[in-house]
Design a protein around this ligand. Sequence first.
Ligand SMILES: [Zn+2]
Length: 301
Amino acid sequence: MLPIVHHPAYCADIPEGHRFPMLKFKRLAEILIEKGLVTKNGYHTPGEATPSWLSLAHEMAYVDQVNAARVPKTIEREIGLPMTESVGRRARFATAGTVMAGRLALEHGLAANTAGGSHHARFEHGAGFCVFNDAAVAIRVMISDGLIETAMVIDLDVHQGDGTADIFENDTQVYTVSVHNEKNYPVRKKPGSLDIGLPDGMHDQAYLEVIRDMLPKAFNSFMPDIVFYNAGVDTHANDKLGRLNMTSSGIAERDRRVIDACLRRNIPIAGIIGGGYSTDIDELAERHAILHQAMAEFISS
Ligand SMILES: [Zn+2]
């Protein structure tokens, strides 16, 4: 079975009606059990990311502020979440979950978290609903542990992966790819190794052509020891923040292409869920489950 990482702490306490759909993490974990992708007690459960891990990708002063629930108001506003103990704890667990998914991917070829993809968190501090950059922390922890020497981030969330590009700027061990909607947040993009900005309203077919061309381009430029794949579903036509026009089957095909491109090159792939915004939590969690479903198909085939 596909190794899947989850922890109940992924769902932090935030005020009811907050625009961030926090309950999706809980619902996603239930849906994956309902689909038979994991048994009730089958989840791999992480601990909390330590300050020494977090400071491999973030300013120590900011890590301390989050852990003490004393983040300055201006930064809290930029993050867009109330920076309470519960939200800080959630970020530590979700980050450790991505580290765990990375280690499991090395062992099994592929693995996935039920959170992660906090790609707007940059070296200095968080932003855009992202507290710690889980993929960046995971890569730095795995390099520091001697498990890998190089990594690639393939970020297909509809928003540009500016935080990831910031952290790995001038880092020759890590190659960062972002395919995103050009007009969307963040206003100021931070160029990574390979950036592709898409126009509004793109449908499945045109999008999938972009992905088909991007994958060999990325791997011809860089052969990593592992790929972290941000499978954001805010590319969906019904997403509240996305401006693209994809269907769920288009997203499933996208995920399969990325997974296939990694596995045929014998590169382990760790999936993280990325963004997805809807007030309908069931519908949203279903969309996030597309990633785990797609990965599971490769395990059984
Ligand atoms: Zn996003």
